[in-house]
Design a protein around this ligand. Structure first.
Ligand code: ADP
Ligand code: ASP
Ligand code: MG
Length: 439
């Protein structure tokens, strides 16, 4: 069985919902379909939560009412029969009454998670009802019964495997199995989510759990481009990526994929395809276990990076120094992305700054600490084995006009990363594209 995930824009209008329904039923083969919320909905739910945190129920109600009108208009348009239109509109009214109920209670991050979950709950119900109206044998398998995270907020893969395999076994003979992306329960059974963009992660977790034939991520672009098309001119689709290359690109900011979604597919060896709902015939990108020798694939950027430098002529060469430095980060549950060392100092980058003050206070015991904020990691991904001679020269040449704060190369065979200031992000990315991909 294949697992197909459709993102927000792919289910963003009644027309799109109909097109997705046609696409998933065209060959009559059973499929697991993971849906995001309609585009813009999760952002609106975040906005509603912000009003509620700020104890502004009127502000929240105004947005809830506006969103409700939009959903009712969609429901009026999508269904052909009075029966399914009425049924769905009643469901939507209940959903929005539920959202309004949060304006009357004490609001915490627990309630926010529940509010954020409603986007996927609404989109999956709307599409399921449409497929049922069309006579397609469809069942909605609630993600809240299948996807769970553990005490470290990591997906509990054994649980997910058990629940998804059982859900399919207990519901034989359906053509379409629908579930919600993004939403899950945590180790305590509370409603939670897999962070923004998490529907990709759901699809890959389920795909790995049921050992799917393929995981397809359907979005609004023809696969992974060789640079961020929102930032750089003349980007091109990349037709094939190794799992490791895709994982690096996702982790380092290629928005088309959730940062950690490739890991489960990689471990299960299930190929992932990135496809375009607006142009279903386009080839997209295939992610699998193959390496294209000597090929530089793509550039991605991760923003809001902080660089911390610790300088200590006294301590650095003493063995155990780096361990002490890393232990400080570990004790504050802060992971490090880039590391560069020299005889007199070490620089590291982090993206989670919630413990920055505690970390720097402790690091000061070991040397002089300098912090640079508003940095960006620009990462170039491809086959960078040492016999691919000359690649680093080319990448560095591209950046001859740009002040580079750190360079990391050799950590893996697939990645060279540059740390630059935020204001240099666009020209760095463009320069790398112009140099690496214009040949
Ligand atoms: P969805 O809602 O379907 O999950 P996303 O907005 O999360 O879609 O991801 C698709 C978007 O990712 C594209 O429209 C594009 O603007 C952006 N993007 C950023 N970097 C890349 C890249 N390297 N290749 C393709 N798309 C990218
Ligand atoms: N709806 C969620 C979000 O907007 C999850 C997703 O779309 O992948 O982040
Ligand atoms: Mg996405």
């Amino acid at each position: 069985m294949k697992v197909l995930k459709f993102g927000g824009t792919s289910v963003g209008t009644p027309q799109r919902m109909k097109e997705v329904s046609k696409l998933i039923t065209s060959d009559g083969k059973p499929k697991m379909v993971v849906l995001s919320a309609m585009s813009g909905t999760t952002n609106t739910l975040v906005e509603i939560s912000d009003y509620l945190y700020k104890k502004n129920p009127e502000g929240a109600n105004t947005i809830i009412n506006r969103l409700e009108q939009k959903y009712i208009r969609h429901a009026q348009e999508i269904y052909n029969t009075e029966e399914w239109r009425e049924k769905t509109i009643q469901f939507l009214h209940e959903e929005f009454d539920y959202l309004r109920s949060f304006t009357k209670i004490h609001f915490t991050s627990f309630e926010e998670k529940v509010i954020l979950a409603q986007g996927e709950i609404m989109s999956t119900n709307m599409v399921t009802n449409y497929l049922l109206e069309c006579g397609v044998k469809t069942v909605l398998l609630p993600a809240l019964d299948i996807i769970r995270t553990d005490k470290n907020s990591e997906p509990d893969f054994n649980y997910i495997k058990d629940k998804s395999v059982t859900a399919l076994k207990e519901n034989p003979d359906y053509e379409i199995y629908i579930t919600q992306g993004f939403i899950c329960r945590n180790a305590y059974g509370e409603i939670d989510n897999l962070l923004r963009g998490g529907s990709d992660y759901t699809a890959c977790l389920i795909g790995a759990a049921i050992q799917a034939e393929e995981i397809q991520i359907w979005t609004d672009i023809d696969g992974m481009h060789n640079n961020d098309p929102r930032v750089v001119k003349h980007t091109e689709p990349v037709r094939q990526l190794h799992f490791e290359e895709a994982a690096e690109l996702a982790y380092f900011g290629a928005k088309i994929l959730h940062p950690t979604c490739i890991q489960p597919a990689k471990f299960a060896g299930v190929p992932v395809r990135l496809l375009n709902t607006m142009d279903p015939e386009a080839p997209g990108t295939t992610i699998n276990n193959e390496f294209q020798h000597g090929k530089i694939k793509a550039v991605a950027a991760k923003e809001d990076i902080v660089c911390i430098q610790i300088q200590s002529s006294r301590m650095l060469l003493a063995h155990g120094f780096l361990r002490k430095v890393f232990e400080i980060f570990e004790s504050y549950k802060t992971s490090i992305d880039m590391v560069c060392t020299s005889e007199v100092g070490v620089s590291v980058t982090i993206d989670n700054v919630s413990q920055l003050c505690n970390i720097t206070d402790e690091l000061k015991k070991y040397g002089t600490v300098t912090v640079d904020t508003d940095m960006v990691i620009i990462c170039v991904v491809g086959d960078l084995h040492s016999d691919n001679v000359g690649f680093e020269t080319l990448a560095c040449q591209a950046l001859k006009e740009i002040p580079v704060r750190m360079i990391s190369y050799g950590g893996s065979n697939h990645n060279i990363s540059f740390l630059v200031h935020k204001e240099d992000k666009v020209r760095t990315m463009q320069a790398l594209s112009d140099t690496l991909f214009s040949m």
